[in-house]
Write a protein that binds this ligand. Structure first.
Ligand code: C2E
Ligand code: MG
Ligand code: MG
Length: 401
């Protein structure tokens, strides 16, 4: 919880009545330091004042400087506080603006559609922790390629595993291996902090080879303990430029005694890929050797129709941005259902990513999707926690029957 009297809040809206209403609600929620501004310029002036805002509630539709322009100016001024978007505009425009704010690394608490209740505002603020790491300072400490090579050699990488579950039966069918870097000074680093860098600097091969070997060794241990799982590993298109990779995969599967049809390669496109000949050959031949190919994050960036046309996938993973909350959002729902229908027509198994609550689960199960993955089922966990989790999960599934 935050100390209400310690946060300076600024409300920006061109309608004086709205300013009064919102300030009143904030007062009732216990916030005593509330300033208001009826246009963007005045709000920006307050950023330089003795008591700059730590949280801004911002309207979108304003006559002189609109909310979107205001956000850009906030970023230019180095604003590090929180932001809530408040608007009567349609939900898609609010969502576009929210996306833009996040892309600028603004600490966006969420969006409120006018008219909103005091409870909705209280809920957004109650989950907020001011000064979270979404500031540029966190990005400034990005580790380099040499350091990553050393880390692989020194055993600083580790894998966490997230289950994939069959929606119809609730049964655990497999796990996805997700890499983390236990950095000696920066703590546990998530892949978004180093995969792009590894691709750009030619370290992705060494990284993927380490991941593949470690994941298959773990799959072997689980199989020996009687856990029959498919193991999924993420493979960047940047891995597929050299034919040697094909033999590496095949040899590793043989070494650990894991049949290729138990191994899923989740393919994501690299920004750097130019020549598609080697990737097409490698993926085609991996499929001939019965490895399962999955198109990851379907619907984003390059993970799209052209890949579906060119590569013989077995599985399609619908990107979590089209799944999470789709039950209550007509736009997401349309994209989700189109992706599912497309996968069905192509005969692919479908995984819905990003199942975060019961509503997401019910929605994807009722849609006829095959598999689900997400925090509602389980967060990615160390291998040691997995067997215990399966026992708990199966017990919960039995109670649900
Ligand atoms: P991905 O393959 O799409 O993996 C799923 C990501 O979504 C994981 O993030 C996972 O922790 C997160 N996630 C799972 N369930 C939920 C949920 O319900 N809600 C939300 N908001 N997120 C959820 P993580 O581990 O940070 O990995 C991010 C990406 O990094 C992965 O996306 C994958 O593209 C890449 N990556 C991870 N490990 C490797 C690897 O070994 N090699 C390569 N090349 N890429 C990897
Ligand atoms: Mg994946
Ligand atoms: Mg994904």
């Amino acid at each position: 919880m935050i100390d209400h009297s310690a946060v300076n809040i600024l409300v920006l809206d061109d309608e004086p009545f709205m300013l009064k209403v919102i300030a009143h609600i904030l007062g009732r929620l216990g916030f005593s330091q509330v300033a208001t501004a009826s246009d963007g310029q005045r709000a920006l002036d307050l950023l330089g004042s003795a008591t700059p805002p730590g949280l801004i509630l911002c309207d979108l539709n304003m006559p002189e400087m609109d909310g979107i322009e205001f956000i850009r100016k906030l970023v230019e001024q180095g604003y590090h506080g929180g932001l809530i978007l408040v608007s009567g505009e349609d939900a898609r425009l609010l969502q576009t603006t929210a996306k833009l704010a996040r892309a600028h690394r603004i600490d966006l608490l969420g969006q409120l559609h006018k008219p909103f209740s005091p409870g909705q505002l209280a809920e957004l603020i109650s989950g907020w922790h001011p000064c979270e790491a979404a500031t540029p300072a966190a990005a400034a400490t990005a580790p380099g390629a040499g350091e990553l090579r050393r880390a692989i050699a020194d055993g600083e990488l580790e894998l966490h595993y997230q289950p994939k579950v069959a929606l119809a039966s609730g049964r655990v069918t497999g796990v996805e291996a997700l890499v983390r870097w236990q950095h000696p000074h920066l703590g546990l680093l998530m892949p978004d902090r180093f995969i792009g860098m590894a691709e750009e600097h030619g370290v992705i091969d060494a990284l993927t080879r380490w991941v593949f070997d470690a994941a298959l060794a773990q799959a072997r241990r689980w199989a020996d303990d009687g856990l029959d799982l498919r193991i999924a590993v993420n493979v960047s298109m940047a891995n597929l430029h050299c034919i040697g990779f094909l033999d590496f995969m095949t040899d590793a599967a043989a070494k650990h005694g894991i049949a290729p049809h138990k191994i899923i390669l989740e393919v994501t496109e690299s920004r750097l890929m130019q020549d598609v000949r080697a990737p097409l050959e490698i993926l085609g031949r991996l499929r001939l050797r019965r490895f399962r190919l999955s198109i990851d994050d379907f619907g984003t960036g390059h993970s799209s129709f052209a890949q579906l046309r060119d590569i013989p996938f077995d599985e399609l993973k619908i990107e979590r941005g089209f799944v999470r909350g789709a039950a209550g959002n007509p736009t997401l729902r349309a994209i989700y259902e189109a992706s599912l229908g497309l996968a069905r027509q192509l005969g692919l198994e479908v995984v819905a990513e990003g199942i975060e609550d019961q509503q997401d689960w019910d929605f994807v199960r009722d849609s006829g999707c095959d598999l689900a993955q997400g925090y509602f089922i389980a967060w990615p966990m160390p291998a040691a926690a997995f067997a215990g989790w399966v026992v708990d999960w199966d017990a919960r599934a039995e109670r649900r029957q």
